[in-house]
Design a protein around this ligand. Structure first.
Ligand SMILES: [Zn+2]
Length: 177
């Protein structure tokens, strides 16, 4: 039976005030569908019934394993605690980095907002200046037109006066003749 590809349950000794002791997890006369495996001999001897369990725990490797189970568990706990402490420290470092990055993102967002506002202001000023220039051009062309009209009127008046003078001159010439 290939254990690596079979589902199984890990056997754990029972805790008593006297320490860890073997206690069969399987009821007498029953066979469990998923076998129990024990870590005492690298999971090499699975058991599914009460009698298989009884045979298993008679093995001296198993008995040695149970007697040292408390130490193993304590060592595992100690390792886990150390790992936990290291992880907590890493978490604090990462949180500090995240906070720094957040602050940097906020600062950059602030700069972007300021830049946007400045761009809008410059655009507004440019539009204003452009409109003013258009207005000035319109005003100066209006003035030029007005001046042209005045000149035309003056020319017309001059021409009329000239005509009158010519008429007078013609009269004087005819009297003299
Ligand atoms: Zn065992």
């Amino acid at each position: 039976m290939d254990l690596a590809q079979t589902e199984s349950t890990l056997y754990v000794p029972e805790w008593t005030f006297a320490g860890y002791r073997d206690a069969c997890p399987i009821q007498k006369g029953h066979r469990v569908p998923t076998p129990y495996i024990c870590n005492c001999r690298h999971k090499a001897d699975p058991f599914s019934t009460n009698s298989e369990f009884t045979t298993h725990i008679k093995n001296k490797y198993h008995q040695l394993w149970v007697s040292k189970y408390h130490d193993t568990v304590s060592k595992d706990m100690e390792l886990l605690n150390r790992e936990n402490t290291a992880l907590k420290r890493d978490k604090q470092i990462l949180q500090a980095q995240v906070s720094k990055l957040d602050a940097r993102v906020r600062r950059l967002e602030g700069e972007v907002t300021k830049f946007d506002e400045k761009t809008q202001e410059v655009t507004r000023q440019m539009e204003e200046r452009h409109n003013l220039e258009l207005h000035e051009v319109a005003e100066s062309s209006f003035l030029q037109e007005k001046r042209n009209t005045e000149l035309e009127e003056r020319i017309l008046a001059e021409t009329e006066r000239n005509a009158i003078l010519h008429a007078k001159l013609d009269k004087i010439k005819s009297v003299l003749d």
